[in-house]
Ligand binder design. Structure first.
Ligand SMILES: Nc1ncnc2c1ncn2[C@@H]1O[C@H](COP(=O)(O)OP(=O)(O)OP(=O)(O)O)[C@@H](O)[C@H]1O
Ligand SMILES: [Mg+2]
Length: 249
């Protein structure tokens, strides 16, 4: 679904991505992990064409998006749905209005079709009776689910989650993790990409995990590859130890 070949990106003298090769497979749930500052967010911004690499190619399906102009990039971005860390709902709009908003902006659906889609996605995230509530009246977990419903509404082919559970209590985190898996199974062709520090969730739920280190992929594969990994960097990351090859600022 997405392929980076030899992608490099520097900010000033800081080289964040260095000849990065990576592959996200269609229909899979992929976790991108790595310590803070390793370039996870920079990587997903490249996927959507929000950042341009200094060199290398980025294919979304069969299109090298590094060659596209702004109008063509806008079309590519319609393939993506994003769930931001803080759900980013509009507080002055009801749940229903929050979800309608991108549908009115980015699709040609009629009002009746929009209403139908809003109910459908609210069902999918287990919030069937929340149309008229305001974000203030929702718990953190509920806000997150509305954010997910909104990301799903326009039927994206690729769902990006940037740190979906960071800073949440363990029970809510687990509920969100389950929902991510459920959505990936329910929408058979959807490709889900989760950026996360949550190794437990990655090991428990990912089809594939990609670990970034020093601008490259340190290791990629199913969770079993990670639990058996010999790489000192991977082992250090999983043990959470300060002792090892990985340097913390
Ligand atoms: N627009 C920018 N201009 C300059 N430097 C940037 C920019 N965006 C990111 N960086 C730098 O690139 C590096 C990687 O940043 P990135 O946000 O991708 O890290 P991350 O892996 O997502 O970290 P975290 O886990 O803390 O979110 C950091 O050193 C950051 O300061
Ligand atoms: Mg980040």
């Amino acid at each position: 679904m997405i392929r980076f070949t030899q992608v490099s990106k520097s900010f000033g003298t800081r080289c964040v991505l260095q000849d990065l090769d990576l592959e996200i497979r269609k229909g899979e749930l992929t976790f991108i992990i790595g310590k803070s500052g390793e370039g996870k967010s920079v990587t997903i911004k490249h996927m959507m064409g929000l950042l341009k690499p200094d060199s290398g190619q980025i294919y979304v399906e069969d299109t090298d998006i590094t060659q596209l102009d702004d109008a063509a990039l806008q079309q590519v971005r319609k393939k993506f749905g994003i769930l931001f860390q803080h759900a980013a709902l509009f507080d002055s709009m009801t749940v229903e209005e929050n979800i309608q908003f991108p549908l009115r902006e980015h699709t040609n659906l009629t009002e009746a079709q929009i209403d139908h889609r809003v109910s459908e996605v609210l069902d999918q995230v287990d919030l069937p009776h929340s149309h008229k509530k305001y974000p203030d009246a929702l718990s953190t977990g509920e806000k997150k689910r509305v954010g997910l419903a909104r990301a799903l509404a326009a039927k994206p082919q690729i769902l990006l989650y940037d740190e979906p559970t960071t800073g949440m209590d363990p029970l809510i985190s687990e509920m969100i993790d389950e929902l991510i898996v459920r959505v990936n199974q329910m929408e058979k062709d959807i490709t889900s990409i989760v950026i996360s520090h949550d190794l437990k969730a990655a090991l428990a739920t990912a089809d594939r995990i990609i670990m970034l280190y020093q601008g490259r992929v340190e290791l990629a594969g199913p969770p079993s590859v990670f639990t058996k990994a010999a790489s000192p960097v991977v082992r250090q990351f999983f043990s959470g130890s300060v002792e090892g090859p990985m340097e913390f600022l």
